[in-house]
Design a protein around this ligand. Structure first.
Ligand code: KG4
Ligand code: ZN
Length: 342
């Protein structure tokens, strides 16, 4: 890689966060995220509202990112953007904006796959963090994704398994909703679970072949369980909230860890890198630490702001692609379904 400094402006708009970041090579100078609060009242992301909010946010967010980085747009070397996967209306906003700005500034455009970016976020230069060595297993766990990927190098990735229905973050949020907790409920389930007994209630684990996941059955069994118990005792949820949260979280972690163990066994790779919003969960962190101590795994979790949807992770891929000369031409279109490696 050359020594000349590259300034990359990165744009992320695949779901409900409008984000822009400026990187100098692998170092993040700014990473601005506008989270769309409007979806809270609906208990989940409403695509049409997300797209409209991106249109309102994109210009101020980009301005802020440049200002915080103290970089003038004329200094930019390239613009990286999320091409997919994600919500079409949301992706279109970031894609059109990135294309126009690159054309106006006459600088290269770099398309980024959002799922690859979650994994390559581990290569952001960060004083406190170390990056995994190749080959490693990347597990992305968030509100929109659940995936285990074998990463041979920055640009060679193979999906080993993924969810067949709900994402793990959705499983947390939907379970929380059934308990009357506000959206997004994942962090609250985590908080309550710390005070409860994980073995208080037993929820069935799905039987899914290979390294794929399924979480929709769990939601249904929690629903039936809570209906049955509240018929007997209308205060059941309030009286047992900590134990219910601990048991739900325990079941979700068992499902995740079982597949992760299988992936390590199948590949013989013990470098395990986690990303996505659910990586904040204290239970998964404890399980990973335990695997480090007892099984000799090496585990990695980036800073939380690089785990949730953010443009800095798009920027690191932009930088890595810039160094390889992997640019995109102006005919590029957003791609709602966009598998890793395709
Ligand atoms: O990566 P992210 O921002 O999601 C997408 O935009 O896809 O992550 C958000 C998800 C939500 O489902 C949220 O409930 C979950 O991550 N989450 C957690 C925790 N913190 C965030 N789930 C469990 N425990 C947590 N501590
Ligand atoms: Zn994401």
């Amino acid at each position: 890689m050359t020594d000349i400094k590259k300034y990359i402006l990165a744009i992320e708009s695949s779901c409900d966060d409008t984000s822009a970041a400026v990187l100098c090579n692998a170092k993040v100078l700014s990473n601005v995220v506008a989270t769309q609060e409007i979806h809270k009242q609906y208990g989940g992301v409403v695509p049409e509202l997300a797209s409209r909010a991106h249109q309102q946010n994109i210009v101020p967010v980009v301005h802020q990112a440049l200002a915080k980085a103290n970089i003038d747009k004329k200094e930019l070397s390239a613009i990286a953007f999320t091409r997919g996967p994600g919500l079409m209306g949301s992706l279109l906003v970031g894609t059109s904006f990135a294309k126009s700005l690159a054309l106006g500034l006459d600088i290269p455009l770099i398309e980024v796959n959002h799922m690859e970016a979650h994994i390559l976020a581990h290569f952001i230069a960060d004083e406190n963090g170390t990056s995994p060595s190749f080959p490693f297993l990347g597990m992305t766990i968030s509100g929109g994704h659940t995936q285990i990927v074998k990463v041979s190098n920055h640009f060679t990735m193979e999906v080993l398994g993924e969810t067949l229905d709900d994402a793990v973050g959705e499983a947390f949020d939907k379970s929380a909703k059934l308990m009357g907790l506000p959206y997004p409920g994942g962090p609250l389930v985590d908080k309550n679970a710390r005070l409860g007994n994980p073995l208080a209630f037993d929820f069935p684990k799905p039987k899914v072949d290979g390294l794929n996941f399924s979480f929709s059955g769990l939601k249904t069994s929690i629903l039936y369980f809570l209906q049955k118990e509240t018929q007997k005792n209308p205060n059941f949820v309030a009286e047992n909230i900590n134990d219910i949260c601990a048991s739900v979280q325990h079941t979700i972690l068992e499902i995740l860890m079982e597949k992760l163990h299988m992936a390590v066994e199948q590949t013989g790779i013990k470098e395990v890198a986690i990303g996505g919003g659910v990586a904040a969960n204290s239970g998964i962190r404890a399980r990973l630490k335990e695997a480090e101590e007892t099984l000799g795994w090496k585990t990695y979790i980036p800073k939380f702001e690089y785990c949730t949807d953010n443009a800095a992770m798009i920027g690191i891929v932009g930088y890595l692609k810039f160094e390889k000369g992997q640019f995109t031409d102006q005919r590029v279109a957003a791609k709602a379904r966009y598998a890793i490696g395709s």
